[in-house]
Design a protein around this ligand. Sequence first.
Ligand code: ATP
Ligand code: TPS
Ligand code: MG
Ligand code: MG
Ligand code: MG
Length: 330
Amino acid sequence: MTATLRDLGEFELIRAITARFALGQDVLVGPGDDAAVLSAPDARVVVTTDLLLEGRHFRRDWSSGVDVGHKAAAQNLADVAAMGARPTGLFVGFAAPGDLTVDWALALADGLAAECARAGATVAGGDISSADSIMLGVTALGDLEGRAPVLRSGARPGDVVVLAGSLGRAEAGLALLTAGLGHDADADADADADAGWTGLVTAHRRPRPPYPLGPALAAAGAHAMCDVSDGLVQDLGHIATASGVRIDLDLGGLTALAAAEPLPSAAAELGADPLDWVLTGGEDHALVACLPPAAAIPGGCERIGLVLPGTGVTLAGRPTAGRGGWNHFR
Ligand SMILES: Nc1ncnc2c1ncn2[C@@H]1O[C@H](COP(=O)(O)OP(=O)(O)OP(=O)(O)O)[C@@H](O)[C@H]1O
Ligand SMILES: Cc1ncc(C[n+]2csc(CCOP(=O)(O)O)c2C)c(N)n1
Ligand SMILES: [Mg+2]
Ligand SMILES: [Mg+2]
Ligand SMILES: [Mg+2]
């Protein structure tokens, strides 16, 4: 019989989970005391928090515990990188039903640890409770290393909009799973197994934000930056509003992204528009930044648009109305 959380009990579970987390270079006191202690030589610490709920952000029949751990960490670590900071520590609030297997909970811890390792961070603490379905509340910290934080409000007309990371792939993977396709893709698929439709499903299960490019874009002089959690048009809309500018997207560049296999073949199978996935798909956690025109674009980033006077987000000068993104209450 497989042991459940009820069998193990809260404190043995905490012991088993925290044994999976190494003490990171920035963590002076990790899990085990009333609070953690992190070093912050720069004294400017970035802090962000996000929820991840079963049924809303993931399904247990579509994602393994390791997958959910990767996703919960990535969702928060990308926000740290989007401020131009280097991720340091993660705090994980975890609630689950008592009949969840211990194996699932420890797989979650392994996924969290592995994604933290991708970003150079570690899990420094958390909390555990019981609940009717799985709920994760993750908080991430990062070090600005002496740089100024890159806000949503700093874009200026003339800036070039650049993209680091992928767009539309997680949304395509979700669409495949929803249609009952890709469900057979191995639930423990390695994040590097990114060929074909399996790679799209993997992108939904384990987003791979380009963490080092957050600090790199900040160092290159980015005026504004955010990660794409809800969809490119919607998230750039936040930059446009906060900065009081218009952002015009290049049709050619985005069409090329939508034309890159396997997006078009998956879209054809589902009767979907791959450009819609690229423009409105969330959860790839790419980084988008507005760079001054003279700045060198860091390797791994590509130009996708231009900042202009005005308001809103346009595509080759045309309104993007009707192309929105994820909204929890609509
Ligand atoms: N319940 C809340 N209380 C206080 N501040 C909040 C709350 N929810 C969101 N915010 C703040 O609003 C801002 C925007 O939050 P939002 O969650 O939209 O951004 P995000 O985390 O980058 O995106 P996403 O949640 O889609 O990944 C952030 O500064 C966040 O701290
Ligand atoms: C089972 C299941 N159904 C739907 C979705 C799609 N989805 C959920 S939340 C979100 C935006 C980002 O979340 P947040 O804004 O909370 O960070 C998206 C695109 C999913 N991932 N899993
Ligand atoms: Mg949020
Ligand atoms: Mg964000
Ligand atoms: Mg959101």
